[in-house]
Design a protein around this ligand. Structure first.
Ligand code: ATR
Length: 503
């Protein structure tokens, strides 16, 4: 179930929000601790007006909420609402309220609410979570809920261990287990894998808890409600990772092909541990991004062409023999160029590559493999030299002198540095060079779409390849590797427009 947390200050506004999101949520949680105090007097009317199953929550400040009153005041509010049609009451571990109705496993307007027995930790993970879980689940009429804040890959998997433990003890009993914040995001997108019956979200700008996303995102992008026990799981590991556009691209492809599969952003600080345990989450394949593209290689059981030479891997796939790594940055980079070579009937012979990081290595390797002569220009000369030695090309410093040295190579200029990328949009790493209009300029940055360097190139009349093209091409290749079917590329613009509007 997708549960929409309502965090407006007035009941009327909460009803508006719930109405606008009605198609994307199965139930609501009224966060009464967010309400203006005078609104509390009319709480009991809310479930009837809402017309959806509703949880009543009055979270204290110490548990991450806004309620400042005493426990006696809280108990009085719950007592008053016991017969008003709330399907569940959320009570923390240590909270007791004598209610004028019997609470049992059965709920309904006439039977009174069921208790969700919850424990929250908004700053970390408790060391005694197993004991807490046991305590929470003592009363079998209650639904145990644990919401904690993992801060590493190890802690995310500790939550998975807890889910397994709860699963074996509570069997089919409903339970709620979630990780707050970015590290815990997979628990929101893969609730079934964590044995959780509910994934919470918020629609408005005031998030009920860290890591909440809008209900449309859970419903349409991650298709949480359509997932089954057999949903195939893919994703991206990186740090940071939540800005990635890959979930939009891959999930749109899965949706279009009607596949029971989902692609999840996994914030990761330990790629080896992640690969060791990924199978427990059902993960079959992953994109790998900064800063793990190099580190992940030592954990591979096999690798495709280019991985060793480039020293970077951006895709891993789990098979019978373990993990195999690929570098689709190389092929993805070449795709748009090959289209130009085909349409013009002319291949570039020489190229300048700006930068000497991981992206530069993939680009230089791709170009040299295609038979081009390449010069790499980098701010730090040593890195350019190391790249040139590994790949077999020339190197110079990215300064006036180096640019002069590279002049005979500028029929193709490939920009791979991070200079000009959001939020440093004012930077232009090739500023001393005046474009003539004869150059093909390949910018790898895709946010923003037009960097300062690209705007100069366009103005001079150059042919420009935008970063988005490489991003999409490598994603299409990954997609095909993941599921063995081609990406429905003609449908992407439609989905991308719809999905981009969600965030
Ligand atoms: P990636 O793996 O995405 O290529 P990286 O390995 O961090 O990222 O490499 C970043 C590249 O951008 C490097 O070539 C870096 O130059 P240095 O090796 O001198 O650090 C380059 N870069 C970053 N900021 C730059 C700037 N302001 N001007 C020029 N080059 C810059």
């Amino acid at each position: 179930m997708i549960c929409l947390s309502l965090t407006e200050r007035r009941l009327e506004d909460n009803l508006e929000v719930a109405k606008a999101q009605a198609d994307h949520a199965d139930c609501c949680e009224l966060r009464a601790d967010f309400l203006e105090p005078e609104e509390l007097a009319s709480l009991d009317r809310f479930p009837r007006l809402l017309g959806k199953p509703c949880i009543l929550t009055l979270r204290r400040r110490c548990d991450g909420g806004l309620f400042d009153g005493t426990d006696a005041e809280r108990a009085a509010i719950f007592r008053r609402c016991a017969r008003s049609g709330f399907r569940w009451f959320d009570f923390e571990l240590d909270f007791r309220a004598e209610l004028p109705v019997r609470t049992g496993a059965e709920t309904g307007p006439e039977k009174g609410p069921r208790i969700i027995r919850s424990h929250h930790n908004t700053t970390g993970m408790d060391s005694d979570l197993t004991a807490i879980a046991r305590y929470l689940s003592e009363n079998e009429n209650e639904i145990p809920k644990i919401a904690v804040t993992p801060r590493s890959t190890a802690e995310l998997f500790a939550l998975l261990d807890l889910a397994a433990e709860l699963g074996s003890r509570l069997k089919t009993r409903e339970k709620i287990l979630l990780g707050m914040g970015e590290w815990g995001f997979p628990t929101r997108v893969l609730p079934l894998r964590f044995g959780s019956s509910v994934s919470y979200c918020t629609a408005g700008p005031v998030r009920a808890a860290p890591g909440h996303v809008p209900p449309k995102e859970l419903d349409l992008l991650y298709r949480v409600r359509a997932q089954s026990g057999g949903t195939r799981v893919y994703g991206i590991i990186g740090n940071p990772v939540m800005h990635s556009r890959s979930p939009f691209i891959h999930n749109a492809g899965f949706a279009e092909l009607g596949l029971d599969a989902v692609y999840v952003p996994f914030l990761t600080d330990d790629p080896a541990l992640f690969l060791d345990r990924a199978e427990e989450l059902g993960v079959e394949g992953l994109s790998v991004t900064v800063p793990h593209k190099r580190a992940v290689i030592s954990r591979l059981d096999g690798s495709g062409p280019g991985v060793e030479k480039v020293g970077a891997c951006n895709t891993v796939v789990r098979g019978d023999g373990g993990w195999t790594g690929y570098n689709y940055d190389v092929a993805g980079f070449l795709e748009p160029l090959k289209r130009i070579w085909e349409s013009t009937g002319r291949k570039h012979r020489k190229a300048v590559v700006l930068g000497a990081g991981g992206a530069a290595r993939a680009a230089a390797y791709a170009l040299v493999t295609e038979g081009l002569e390449v010069i790499v220009l980098n701010r730090t000369l040593e890195k350019a030299r190391a790249l040139a030695r590994d790949i077999g090309c020339r190197a110079a410093r990215l300064d006036d002198e180096g640019i002069d040295e590279a002049r005979s190579y500028t029929e193709l200029v490939v920009q791979t540095t991070s200079a000009g990328m959001h939020p440093r949009e004012e930077l232009d790493p090739f500023a001393p060079y005046d474009f003539t209009g004869d150059e093909t300029v390949y910018e790898i940055i895709y946010a923003p779409r037009e960097t300062r360097l690209v705007r100069r190139a366009e103005k001079a009349g150059c042919r420009v390849i935008y970063g988005e093209e490489m991003l999409l091409e490598q994603a299409y290749l990954q997609f095909e590797k993941f599921i063995g079917r081609s990406y429905p590329r003609e449908d992407l613009p439609k989905y991308d427009r719809i999905l981009q509007r969600l965030v």
